[in-house]
Design a protein around this ligand. Structure first.
Ligand code: CP
Length: 317
């Protein structure tokens, strides 16, 4: 199966995955196709392949995470790699060790792949330029979250059969969202029409340079779209109030039951998690049949298997 993954595909040459902005449409498609093959592994009785046997992955999370960290850990197990998890609070970062020194020490322990989540934009690129190990960006500040965009794109392609030509709305706190940036790059490269919607303070016109449209009228937008992707308010990255109150935000930009009724019957409702129920999305809508929020999480496993497999293979060759 592993040999068949790379047949008829352009050679993947990157040891690191730092951003979607750096990828071509062909590279994104290769990642999605490889993830499709790995998703089949999850349907077998023995859900493991030996692709990364003998390799060591370090999950180095300097910011909190549930989905990304657990998903990379499980993806590595499914590929037969060994895994260790390090968090900021239990590492020697708390004693003043630098990020570079910590990572160099992990490499000295023969880590082959380091998955880094960090609050500073550029942290993953910084390490990738200094380490022989593969570095995978698990989210860096408000810059990028490439595997989230890949799993979102994978889920849309799986449910709709295509990306090109779809109209996709990304709603909410765009300014501080690494998920939004990575999604915009992936969807535009694959030929989707993307409209951003939220308060003007959180959806500045400068995003138009990425090839998206912008509106602040959610009620008018909802009947037009194939997919609506709702973002969490990133309180941890906002340094001042960008809207009067959460209640005011929900009144204008929350996917309430009344607003969800404006969507087409076949529209997908997405959210990268963690969800603030009752703020960006009504709790019942988050659990409704049109919501693919948990499918996104399931698909993240196959997507991360693909990323680990391709980056480790490129490093080895
Ligand atoms: N979507 C996402 O990145 O979730 P976590 O912060 O739980 O990893």
């Amino acid at each position: 199966m592993i040999a068949s993954l790379t047949q008829n595909q352009p050679a993947w040459h990157r040891k690191d995955l730092i951003s979607i902005a750096a990828l071509s449409a062909a590279e994104i498609t290769q990642l999605l196709d490889t993830a499709s093959a790995f998703k089949d592994v999850g349907t077998r009785e023995v859900k493991k392949v030996p692709a990364l046997r003998g390799k060591t992955l370090v999950n180095f999370f300097v910011e909190p995470s549930t989905r990304t960290r657990a998903s990379f850990e499980l993806a590595a197990f499914r590929l037969s790699a060994d895994v260790i998890n390090i968090s900021a609070s239990t590492s020697s970062l708390t004693k003043g060790e630098t990020l570079k020194d910590t990572a160099k020490n992990l490499e000295a322990l023969l880590a082959d792949i380091i998955v880094l989540r960090h609050s500073s934009a550029g942290a993953a690129q910084f390490l990738a330029e200094r380490l022989d190990a593969s570095v995978i960006n698990g989210g860096d500040g408000a810059h990028e979250h490439p595997t989230q965009a890949l799993l979102d794109t994978f889920t849309i392609r799986e449910k709709k059969g295509k990306i090109a030509g779809l109209h996709i709305a990304i709603i909410g706190d765009i300014l501080f969202s690494r998920v939004a940036r990575s999604n915009i790059h992936a969807l535009i490269k694959l030929g989707a029409r993307v409209t951003l919607c939220g308060p003007p303070t959180l959806v500045p016109r400068s995003f138009e340079s990425l090839g998206v449209e912008i509106t602040h009228d959610l009620d008018a937008l909802l009947p037009q779209v194939d997919v609506v992707n709702l973002l969490r308010i990133q309180h941890e990255r906002q340094r001042k109030e960008y809207f009067p109150s959460l209640g005011e935000y929900t009144a204008f930009f929350g996917l309430t039951k009344q607003r969800a009724a404006r969507l087409r019957d076949d529209a997908l409702i997405m959210h990268p998690g963690p969800v603030n129920r009752g703020v960006e999305i009504d709790s019942d809508i988050a659990d409704s049949s049109r919501s693919v929020i948990l499918d996104q999480v399931t698909n993240g496993l196959a997507v991360r298997m693909a990323v680990l497999f391709l980056c480790a293979s490129a490093r080895a060759s």
